[in-house]
Ligand binder design. Structure first.
Ligand SMILES: C[S@@+](CC[C@H](N)C(=O)[O-])C[C@H]1O[C@@H](n2cnc3c(N)ncnc32)[C@H](O)[C@@H]1O
Length: 231
């Protein structure tokens, strides 16, 4: 099965438990990481953002909380459909559109549509990242900003050892137990280990044609925020 279909099948299977698992496995740090992402993205009133691989929409909510208009999109319908009731409950439904099922590698939007694009914990799963970067550049306005929030390489050796133990031994057990799919939470640490570290991802974005590429480590580099601009 192609990687995209496997990823869709995996997220379809865990969609109902995804939010709970995020909060439990990150020990509640996920909300802080989304807030930092939204701040770094430059989202604000009167600005239009595309949240790619938005899943159940918590990343989109963080952008709307800063006053931006958000198109919340994902290629897994089972994840995407959980967003709107949440946006209603949180009183942000007027700012978020979540009806577009789209693959990051083929975005159904015109050139220069968005002031910013965000992708949180999604780019790691995309089969052809260069193709996705090409799409991001196409639909961004000139000067528009791409913000990537993604698991990365912890900066300190002791933290790497601690995090490695957690992600190999503890996370798959808790993840499998709550979601009912042990495979999904074995895939997570594996996909993080094979994903480029902070400087490699920055170099990749530069090669794709972005300028002013930089990154900030959060929680010791367990996750990193990369920001890049369309020239
Ligand atoms: C870990 S979830 C992240 C959801 C949300 N951004 C968050 O911060 O909670 C990853 C999401 O990426 C989506 N995804 C993976 N590859 C994708 C692709 N090529 N195009 C669109 N969505 C994709 C999956 O369907 C899944 O909902």
């Amino acid at each position: 099965m192609p990687k995209g279909s496997q990823v869709q099948a995996m997220f379809s299977g865990i969609a109902g438990r995804y939010d709970l698992l995020n909060h439990v496995l990150s020990l509640g740090t996920d909300f802080y990481w989304w807030r930092r992402m939204a701040r770094a993205s430059g989202a604000g009133p009167g600005r239009r953002y595309l949240d790619v691989a938005a899943g159940t929409g918590d990343s989109s909510l963080a952008l709307a909380r800063r006053g931006a208009e958000v198109v919340s999109t994902d290629f897994t319908q089972e994840m995407l459909r959980l967003g709107p009731p949440k946006f209603q409950r949180k009183g942000r439904a007027d700012l978020i559109w979540a009806s577009v099922g789209a693959d990051a590698q083929h975005l159904p939007f015109g050139e220069g549509t968005f002031d910013g694009i965000t992708i949180c914990y999604g780019i790691r799963n995309v089969e052809d990242r260069d193709r996705a970067y090409g799409e991001f550049l196409r639909v961004l306005k000139p000067g528009g900003r791409l913000t990537i929030l993604e698991f990365s390489r912890p900066r300190f050796a002791w933290l790497r050892v601690l995090y490695d133990t957690y992600s190999r031994r503890i996370l798959p057990r808790i993840g499998g137990w709550i979601s009912g799919d042990p495979g999904a939470y074995t895939y997570l640490p594996e996909s993080i280990r094979t994903f480029p570290d902070q400087p490699s991802l920055a170099a990749e974005l530069g090669r794709a044609g972005f300028r002013d590429v930089g990154w900030t480590n959060l929680t010791g580099g367990i996750v990193a925020l990369h920001v890049a601009t369309k020239g």
